[in-house]
Structure formats: structure tokens, C-alpha cells
Write a protein that binds this ligand. Structure first.
Ligand code: NAD
Length: 366
């Protein structure tokens, strides 16, 4: 199959849909990979690396879309790309259709085959192509939180790990899912005292078993949250209720119970946030302060570490890319129930119920 890897043209997106290692795996299986010039640059991969792995470098995005039977990328196509996508072309990327009617209608009109990373789903309901980005964000939340605790950026002036003779800081993690576990692990590694809250006892039992002694689990309730915020230095919001807005676990009135300079990082900002005072921020201007509490609410945290994020993402997408290339999309989806869940818009039909419902479009069972 001819596979195209265009440069990401969405603002501030430095990730790329395939690494040279992915190209190598495909070319050794006799597929052809066409990579746009400089597509990997933002993630630290150079054209010569792709050429060595067997790719052909093309100068323009138009050439990549024109030659490829399947496009592999990261972000949803933006308006400039709509007209490049052809009938029957497979596009494998994050789409998040439900948040854009214009994109949905453009892909219907293109008659392409749109397979969305975010809806590829395993039998246990987990979303394997979203997990790596939660892992990145969870780990990064502590790195960022530790930085914003420094006094020059109006934090409490606390070193999370403490030093001999000075106790470590306290980190409160809300949610013991993918984000929460990775955050707790990083904070514990720095030597902080960590408390992690969840409403899922099964998850808390698992966390209790695997974490070091400086991580304590507790059931998530308003009472317990109010108790812990009083002496927490850093609070991480990593809760998720699938398909719903995040619950507001920290309300505006609770800010006054926190110590000045406390840092709160709302990783769940992309689902509306789990703090009442959350508003989405960017890497250019990541924080704001309300009632002396430093808020960090960047909606695309993995974007700041494109090398790690690209490798983490392509580690999990590549097996599906190989399957699609080897078998063609119809057989690959027929033979793999997880991948079939990724089908969103197929040759003019909306085949994912929630997307059809979101825009009152006709739904066609795939
Ligand atoms: N900002 C970013 O850049 C970024 C990046 C990746 C993920 N995220 C977001 O982070 C959030 C968490 O993702 P995840 O992969 O860890 O989800 P997850 O499903 O693995 O974990 C969520 C956890 O929250 C728990 N929870 C639900 N209600 C709770 C409550 N009232 N109190 C405590 N815990 C509660 C659930 O039981 C679950 O264990 C999502 O909204 C996700 O979209 C943001």
C-alpha cells in the first residue's frame, strides 16, 4: 500500500504521525511510505532518518495526499486539508468529529474512509490510542506543578521533595486512572507525600498494591477533598466520567481554604475541567491566579513534549497501521473489533452513532 505522512499544519502541533522506525516496519513489508519534507522536524526526526528507513520524501502536502492510499497523521484535518482528501482514501488520525460539524460534513463530502484514533476501543472499554497521551499528561502534571510551586512564578516556594531537615511537599491527586496513577508515581519519585482519591474501589486497591509507601489512597468524597486541600501544595485533577463533563470537585469557595501559592493543575480541562475556576490555557500562557491559587489548565499538555508524545503515540498506532496496510481497511476492520470501532465516516456515511446524533445526521450501521 502507498502510505502518506503529511506535516501537521495545525497551529503549534509538532508531533508527526509516523517515526522512522514505523517507516522501516512498513517498507520491510513491501509497503511504500511517502513523508512530507520536514514532517518529523518538530519531533526531532529528520528527512535523512526517514530516507534511511526506506521512505520517499515529497516536497508538498499536495503531493503526499495525491499519492497516498492511506494517510497517517496526528490531528484532525484542518480546513486547508479538506480538499486534499480523496474518495476512498483512508485517513487514520485523531478526528474528534463530535466537536466539529464542519469537519464531519467535509469528510462526508470527501467520501473517504475516516478511522479515528480516539474511538478505537478494546473489549474492556479502554481506548488504547488515548492512553499514551494521558500517560504523558499525568507525568507532566507533576513536572509543571513542581515548577509553578517556585516563588518567582508566585507559587508557595516549596521544593516537592524537601531536603534533609525539611519535610517534603504534599501532592493531592484526584482520580486514580491513567493520568492519576502516572502523576502519583512521578510525585512519589520526587519524594513528595502523595494522597490519591478515587470513587472506584477496584482502582484504589490496585494503586494501593503497586505504589510506594509515600502514596496513600483514600475514597473520593467532598469531605475528604475539603480535608486535604488545606495542606496540599500541589493538586492534580485527573478525573473522568466517560462521555460526560468532568464533575466539579473543587468549587470556587474551596480556594480560600487553600494556602496562598498552592498550585492546581487541571488535566481534565479538555472535558470541561474538575475545578469550578478552570478555564483552558495554552503553553504560551499556561497559568493564571485566582484567590492566590495558581491554576495550570493547558488543554494539550503532550504538545510541549513532541518527541516523547510522538513516540508514545506511534508505538500504539503502528500495529493498526500495519494491519490496515497489509489487509486493506475492510478486512482489517472485519478481523479486528477494536479497529472497527474506529470507523467514523465511511464513503459518505456516518457509521458512528454518537457523531450522527451530535449533528442530526443519518446514521448507517457499518
Ligand atoms: N490536558 C491534557 O493535555 C490531557 C491529556 C490527556 C488526557 N487528558 C484528560 O485527563 C482526564 C483523565 O484521563 P484518564 O485517561 O486518566 O481517565 P481514566 O478514565 O483513566 O481515569 C479517570 C478516573 O477518574 C475517576 N473518577 C471519576 N469520578 C471521580 C470522582 N468524583 N473523584 C475521584 N475520582 C473520580 C474514575 O474512577 C477513573 O479512575 C480526561 O479528561 C482526559 O481527557 C487531558
Amino acid at each position: 500500500m502507498k502510505i502518506g505522512v503529511p506535516i501537521e499544519i495545525k497551529n503549534n502541533e509538532n508531533r508527526v504521525g509516523m517515526t522512522p522506525s514505523g517507516v522501516f516496519e512498513l517498507t520491510k513489508r513491501n509497503h511504500e511510505v511517502f513523508v512530507q519534507k520536514n514532517a518529523g522536524f518538530g519531533s526531532g526526526f529528520f528527512d535523512k532518518d526517514y530516507i534511511e528507513a526506506g521512505a520517499t520524501i515529497l516536497d508538498t502536502i499536495e503531493e503526499v495526499y495525491a499519492v497516498a492510499e492511506m494517510i497517517v497523521k496526528v490531528k484532525e484535518p484542518i480546513e486547508q486539508e479538506y480538499s486534499l482528501i480523496r474518495e476512498d482514501q483512508v485517513v487514520f488520525t485523531y478526528f474528534h468529529f463530535a466537536s466539529s460539524e464542519a469537519l464531519t460534513r467535509a469528510m462526508i463530502d470527501s467520501k473517504s474512509v475516516c478511522i479515528a484514533y480516539e474511538t478505537v476501543e478494546d473489549a474492556d472499554g479502554s481506548l488504547p490510542l488515548l492512553i499514551p497521551m494521558s500517560e504523558v499528561a499525568g507525568r507532566m502534571s507533576i513536572q509543571q506543578g513542581a515548577k509553578y510551586l517556585e516563588k518567582p512564578i508566585r507559587g508557595r516556594g516549596v521544593l516537592l521533595g524537601g531536603v534533609p531537615g525539611v519535610p517534603p511537599g504534599k501532592v493531592l491527586v484526584l482520580g486514580a486512572g491513567v493520568v492519576g496513577v502516572q502523576a502519583a508515581k512521578m510525585a512519589a519519585g520526587l519524594g513528595a507525600n502523595v494522597t490519591i482519591l478515587d470513587i472506584n474501589m477496584k482502582q484504589l486497591r490496585h494503586v494501593c498494591d503497586i505504589m510506594p509507601k509515600n502514596v496513600v489512597t483514600e475514597f473520593s468524597s467532598e469531605y475528604n477533598i475539603r480535608k486535604h486541600i488545606k495542606d496540599a501544595d500541589l493538586i492534580i485533577g485527573g478525573v473522568l466520567i466517560k462521555g460526560a463533563k468532568a464533575p466539579k470537585l473543587i468549587t470556587r469557595d474551596m480556594l480560600k481554604d487553600m494556602r496562598p501559592g498552592t498550585v492546581i493543575v487541571d488535566v481534565a480541562v479538555d472535558q470541561g475541567g474538575c475545578f469550578e475556576t478552570t478555564k483552558a490555557t495554552t503553553h504560551q500562557d499556561p497559568t493564571y491566579i485566582i484567590d492566590d491559587v495558581v491554576h495550570y489548565c493547558v488543554a494539550n499538555m503532550p504538545g510541549a513534549v513532541p518527541y516523547t508524545s510522538t513516540v508514545a503515540l506511534t508505538n500504539v498506532t503502528l500495529p493498526y497501521v500495519i494491519k490496515l496496510a497489509n489487509e486493506g481497511w475492510e478486512d482489517a476492520c472485519a478481523n479486528n473489533a477494536s479497529l472497527a470501532k474506529g470507523l467514523n465516516v465511511v464513503k459518505g456515511d456516518v457509521v458512528y452513532k454518537e457523531i450522527a446524533e451530535a449533528f442530526d445526521l443519518e446514521y448507517t450501521a457499518s
